[in-house]
Structures are given as C-alpha cells and as structure tokens.
Ligand binder design. Structure first.
Ligand code: PLP
Length: 397
C-alpha cells in the first residue's frame, strides 16, 4: 500500500540533502563527541539572539494583556506591529510604507509560500537564478507553478542577466532574487539591480504583462566590509520583499518574518487582501503572535556581524591557502567552494571521513561546488582546519 500523494513521493525522494546532513551530524556527534564533529551543514545561527530579544520577551509577558497577546488578530498581523515595521523600513531605506503594506509571516518560507499562493496560476513560470535555495522548487510546485532556472555564472556568481532576459516569457509571473545570497554570499550591486529592473520593465512592456520581482532577503543584515544592499522597491515598482528574522536575530525556530507589498505594485490592494487570506488558509492563520510583539521591539537590534566576519576571514584564508577555490563572500554566512572533483557529492562523502559535514552544490542547482555554512563557533572553525588540511591532501588541491 502506497497512500501518500504522488507529488509528495517525489518531494520525499529528493528531500533536502541538507536536512539529511543535519541528522547525520547529530549521529556523528553522539559517536565521537560534538567537539570532534565539524558540522557546516545548516544555516542555523550559533550566535545567540541579541540581548534585546530576551528583554523584550520578559517585558511583553509582564506588560501585555494576555488575551490580546495570545489571541487571534488580523491574519496579516497586529496593526501596531505592522506599523512599527513600516516605520523602521522608512527610516532605514527612505521608503514610504504604511501598515497596509506589511504582512507578518511565518518566516521567509511562510512569506514566500503566501505570496506564491497569492500570485500563481498553474503553469505560471517563476524564474530563479542558480545557485539558489533549493526549497524554492517545492514552494513553486506547491501552487503548480513551473520553476525556470537561470544557469550559474561560476566566474563570480553574479546573475547572468542576458540569460535571465532570454528566459522571461509571457507566462513569467515572478522572478525570485536572493541577495545576500545563499549559498554564495554574493550581494547584488545597485548597478546589477538597475540592469535587472530595466530588463523586467522592457519585458513587461513587450508582453503586456506584470512580472513581480520577489526579493527573498533573510540575510539583508549580514554583510561585511560596509557593503550596501540596495532596497529593491526603490528600483522596480512590482517588487515584493520577503524578510525574515531567522538569521538577523538568530530566531529560525520561532518562525517570524514579513512581506512588503508596496502600493506601487500592480494590483497591490488585491494582492494584500489575497495574501491575508493565503496566510489563513495555508494553515498558519497568522504569524506567531508573541514573536510579532517581540520583533516589533527589536527592529533596531543588531546581529553579531563581527562574529561571523571573524569566521569568514579565518575559513576563507585557511581554505584558499590549502588550495581550495572560492569567491570571498560579501554577505550571509556561507562559503561556496569549488569541489576538487567533478562529482561534489563524492567529495562531501569523503569529507565525512574527517568529520566535516558540508552540502553538495546540487542542492542549489549548481553541481561541482559545495556549501560550507560558517555560522558555527569560532572554535569549530579553528578545530576543523586540521581535518580540512587532510581533505586537501587527499584531493591534492
Ligand atoms: N530563503 C533563503 C535564501 C534561506 O536561506 C532560508 C533559510 O535558510 C529561507 C528562505 C527560509 O528562512 P526562514 O527560516 O525564515 O523560513
């Protein structure tokens, strides 16, 4: 007997190699001791949430009316929270959002699902740029959309805009961009965004359609060396932003983020209203009430970027000295390293011998590379270097 849905079977079969690695890491840690396992598999921040978060939690429990705090609210979120988010964005990015433009979501994943449910008809196309977060495939397929992949430009992992332009069609409903990028750490410059916006405008005109640019940006706050991350609604009218506090405030398990649907976007009010319904019927009902209140009080809290930066510098320099090849990431907390052999899955298997857990690039539609998540303790980085050296020797890098 085989009762699960056919569509689900396929999803289970290629269910995230990343998660499988995470489980394997826990097993190895039990066997050899956590300090002897170098688990670089998951984007699960090791830095604790900033102190403002705990303080806000305590205050809220003391101060807020429990009936309000634990109750249902508008499916799009508490109005005071949405107002606070809008004001914070306006202050930081010189935008003019109002609470109506903000929908609180169950993390970035929840937000993406809400907006894709809101926008997609079956067979609508969603363009993604490799390498990309593999779960996009599942999110788009949830609403019977079709993922169209722009192939990676492995010279510098900037988006191949020429190919992107060629892949836009009358059926393109959305383009998803993710900067700072998982898995490469690339940040799209203002010039890149302007070119992308020009292409999208040109194609909208040619087809007489609207193409939404969905900016998936959970890593916005995690950038190094003073790099600027342009705010995309300022460059292209049909932009929808998906934000998450998972990485910036180290709260991935709490499931909290928001969507921005600016009034300039085509059919903005209809999309806001539909997203409100999508939130309810996808089973979330609303974003977690307590966490909405918490993040509203922590909008100015800072991620511990210097911590990740120290990891970035140490690992980047050590690995490149050993002969591994990778670009230096400008944001997020990942290194995307060229596999010394073509079959990077074999390379990941070999790394396990030295208790190093890393993820094959195939999970991001970019075989031949591996992702190393350096959101681990600095000690883990230092302790792992001997193992990386042995791995380098085995593969004569
Ligand atoms: N988008 C990207 C690019 C990610 O890397 C992740 C998580 O790693 C997500 C979305 C999902 O984030 P969340 O935990 O906020 O749902």
């Amino acid at each position: 007997v085989d009762m699960i849905a056919d569509k689900m079977k396929a999803l289970v079969n290629n269910s995230s190699a990343i998660r499988a690695m995470f489980e394997e890491g826990k097993k190895l840690a039990k066997e050899y001791g956590a300090e002897n396992v170098y688990d670089f598999s998951l984007g699960n921040p090791n830095v604790p949430a900033p102190p403002e978060v705990q303080a806000a939690m305590c205050e809220i429990v003391k101060e807020e009316d429990p009936v309000v705090l634990h109750g249902y609210m508008s499916n799009s979120g508490y109005e005071d929270v949405r107002q606070a988010v809008a004001e914070s964005l306006n202050e930081r990015f010189d935008t003019s959002f109002e609470k109506e433009n903000i929908i609180m979501t169950v993390g970035a994943a929840g937000g993406l699902n809400v907006i894709l449910k809101t926008l997609l008809n079956p067979q609508d196309e969603v363009v993604v740029i490799a390498p990309y977060f593999g779960e996009y495939n599942a999110y788009v397929s949830n609403y019977d959309g079709v993922v169209v992949v722009v192939s990676p430009d492995t010279r510098d992992f900037k988006p191949n805009l020429k190919e992107l332009e060629e892949k836009l069609t009358k059926r393109t409903k959305a383009v998803i961009v993710n900067s700072p990028n998982n898995p490469t750490g690339v940040v799209y410059s203002e010039a890149t965004i302007q070119k992308l916006a020009d292409i999208l405008r040109r194609k909208q005109q040619e087809f007489g359609t609207d193409i939404y640019l969905i900016s998936d940006e959970p890593y916005r706050e995690l950038v190094y060396d003073g790099v600027e991350v342009p705010y995309l609604t300022k460059y292209y009218e049909n932009t929808i932003v998906g934000y998450s506090f998972s990485k910036s405030l180290s709260l991935p398990g709490e499931r909290i983020g928001y969507l921005v649907i600016p009034k300039e976007a085509a059919d903005a009010e209809e999309i806001q209203a539909a997203a409100n319904v999508a939130t309810r019927i996808l089973g979330y009902v609303n974003a977690p009430s307590f966490m909405q209140k918490v993040v509203a009080r922590c909008l100015e809290a800072k991620a511990d970027v210097p911590y990740y930066n120290r990891n970035r510098e140490a690992l980047y320099h050590a690995l490149t000295e050993m002969g591994f090849h990778c670009i230096k990431p400008e944001g997020a907390f990942y290194l995307f390293v060229k596999s010394p052999i073509e079959d990077e899955k074999k390379f990941c298997e070999a790394a396990k011998k030295y208790h190093i857990l890393i993820v094959p690039g195939s999970s991001f539609s970019c075989p031949g590379y591996v992702r190393i998540a350096y959101c681990v303790s600095y000690e883990t980085i230092l302790n792992s270097l001997d193992s990386f050296r042995k791995l380098a020797e085995e593969f004569h890098t």
